[in-house]
Design a protein around this ligand. Structure first.
Ligand code: FE2
Length: 280
């Protein structure tokens, strides 16, 4: 067991490397999320617990793919447009391999973020407080880093089963398979410890509107993943094609971040099965 800035990690691998080595390029992203949330964070009391009839690896793909949001979560985007959010720019960004199977998809945030990116649905009374947070972040981290913290979103995978969705709120999500086609998911909301009640309320509204079992997004995702599982169970196809963007510098809508996960998974599984074969 080792901790990094309040996150506790556990591994049953007797040969596991130290945590900072394990985190590789994901460490910088954890820092970005934590420092963007004032550096003094907490997990808000209350937990989302839900399950899906699908393999856990499908949720990894879903959590870091950069293109399903617009077609799958159109209800949410219609809602955003109806409350005055300008989403016409769409999402642009990059998908990156962070080493050791960790990956991130990062891009401009078309939505408001309680971390220093006000939008009309937050209400006029929240504007001043959010501008103050931004000024504090600039004083501490400079304009460039503050822009990343406030105006970009990221979905971070820490291999194999920790997801941090730093989007319209900050969700920390982990999941465990209980069968090849069954996954139990737990999710929490991360926030600055000393957040103003007004902003905490906006954050939780944002979180619940998009995510969670009653949000505009999570039920869509679960439905889609269970449909994929049924498709795979039908036995009609042997492979899932995630080659998009292999021949160019990966963009947000490419699949480099998914390949990063699968490469590491395959490396571990193949090493294990060849070791087993040798011992037989
Ligand atoms: Fe989704």
């Amino acid at each position: 067991v080792e901790t990094y800035r309040g996150f506790v990690f556990l591994s049953f691998d007797p040969d596991i490397v130290d945590l900072e080595t394990y985190l590789a390029g994901a460490k910088e992203y954890l820092d970005l999320v934590i420092d963007g949330a004032s550096g003094d964070i907490e997990i808000i009391k209350g937990t989302h617990e839900y399950g899906m009839a699908a393999n856990w690896k499908l949720l990894v793909e879903n959590s870091i793919d950069g293109y399903h949001a617009a077609p799958l979560h159109s209800t949410y985007f219609q809602y955003l447009a109806s409350v005055g959010t300008d989403i016409s720019a769409g999402i642009t960004g990059v998908g990156l391999d962070l080493g050791n199977g960790h990956a991130v998809v990062e891009g401009d945030a078309p939505w408001g973020r309680p971390i220093a990116n006000w939008e009309p649905s937050f209400g006029a009374e929240a504007k001043e407080a959010i501008e103050q947070i931004r000024a504090d972040l600039v004083a501490k981290h400079g304009e460039e880093l503050t822009h990343r913290m406030a105006n970009t979103s990221r979905n971070l995978l820490i291999y194999p089963n920790l997801i941090i969705n730093d989007i319209m709120a900050v969700t920390v999500r982990t999941f465990m398979p209980t069968a090849p086609d069954r996954t139990e998911i737990t999710a929490w909301q991360l926030a600055p410890r000393t957040e103003l009640p007004l902003l905490r309320e906006r954050r939780l509204d944002n979180f619940l509107t998009f995510l969670g079992p009653g949000g505009f997004a999570t039920p869509d995702d679960i439905e889609a993943l269970e449909a994929c599982q049924s498709g795979f169970n039908s036995g009609g196809i042997e492979w899932n094609d995630v080659s998009r963007g292999m021949a160019r510098t990966p963009q947000q809508s490419d699949e480099e971040q998914m390949r990063t996960f699968w490469r590491r998974w395959s490396e571990q599984i193949e090493t294990e099965s060849s070791t087993q074969r040798r011992s037989k």
